[in-house]
Design a protein around this ligand. Structure first.
Ligand SMILES: NC(=O)c1ccc[n+]([C@@H]2O[C@H](COP(=O)([O-])OP(=O)(O)OC[C@H]3O[C@@H](n4cnc5c(N)ncnc54)[C@H](OP(=O)(O)O)[C@@H]3O)[C@@H](O)[C@H]2O)c1
Length: 258
């Protein structure tokens, strides 16, 4: 199967087989497009196939919140790509509530499954191949919101905080094998999921004073999906060959450092 893109950028991922979760819109779709342009063969996933899968990428429907979903995805990666050199955990999100007491047990579990355990499970399934080859790189997409956790979104930020801690520990464990693991933490980025979340939040009586990143971001605008994809591509490429265990915050300068 040939899934090489037609872009004109540097072919920094030429010959690499990449799996990107949540690649049908927003940040994930931008990552898929940039990876294709960089010469990678790309498989992506979402719960449902849409016409928005970037041209040139392979697609398999899977719900990464479930063990069955991650197992089906790992099997598809083996079948379609023959293995994975670059793994990007991008699918994520959660619905905000009025305060933390309104977050149900089911929603806590759902947030953990989507934003944290999906990565743990999929890494466990795909790492044996990377270990055998003593090569590979993983990028976990977290959130700059971890730096300022608030009640309405605690299920989300707590899950992402766990992801960051896990990402760092995995990086240290795998560094001797030459496998690099990093995280990217976006600030407020203009995506369908991000906009929907902010609309839900704004409709709550405890909505934060500012909901428009352009008002507060030193660089004066919301992030674009490509801004985040640039960071993911950098970390996935050999340009970041001396970078592991780090969390790159891409937020227009908005958040205080952790
Ligand atoms: N946008 C922001 O402001 C922002 C800020 C900080 C962090 N982030 C993080 O950046 C990542 C991408 O966010 P985004 O704003 O681009 O999201 P988005 O616009 O909602 O897109 C999410 C993508 O993930 C897929 N997806 C969602 N749930 C899934 C599941 N259970 N299994 C498989 N695929 C699933 C979606 O497709 P289906 O719905 O069809 O499954 C879609 O392709 C997330 O991890 C998010 O937490 C975003």
């Amino acid at each position: 199967m040939t899934t090489i893109g037609n872009g004109s950028g540097p072919r920094e991922l030429a010959g690499k087989r990449a799996l990107v979760t949540g690649g049908t819109r927003g940040i994930g779709a931008a990552v898929v497009r940039q990876f294709l342009d960089a010469g990678a063969e790309v498989l992506t996933t979402a719960r449902s196939a849409t016409s928005t899968v970037p041209d040139g990428a392979s697609f398999v429907a899977a719900d990464v919140r479930t063990r069955a979903g991650t197992e089906a995805l790992a099997a598809a990666a083996q079948e379609v790509l023959g293995g994975v050199d670059v793994l990007v955990h991008n699918a994520g999100g959660a619905r905000p509530h009025a305060d933390s007491s309104a977050i149900t047990d089911e929603e806590w579990q759902d947030a953990l499954d989507l934003n944290y355990l999906a990565s743990v499970r999929l890494d466990a399934l795909l790492l044996p191949g990377m270990r055998d080859r003593r090569a590979g790189t993983i990028v976990h997409v977290s959130s700059a919101a971890v730096l300022t956790p608030v009640g309405p979104f605690l299920h989300y930020t707590a899950a992402k905080a766990a992801l960051e801690n896990y990402s760092r520990g995995l990086a240290l464990e795998l560094a001797p094998l030459g496998i690099r693991v990093n995280a990217v933490s976006p600030g407020r980025t203009a995506t369908p999921g991000g906009e929907a979340t902010r609309e839900q939040w704004a409709s709550l009586s405890v909505a934060p004073a500012e909901t428009n990143a352009g008002d507060t971001t030193p660089l004066g605008r919301d992030g674009r999906p490509g801004d985040i994809a640039d960071a993911v591509l950098f970390l996935a490429s050999d340009r970041a060959s001396w970078l592991t265990g780090r969390n790159l915050i891409v937020d227009g300068g908005e958040f205080p450092m952790g």
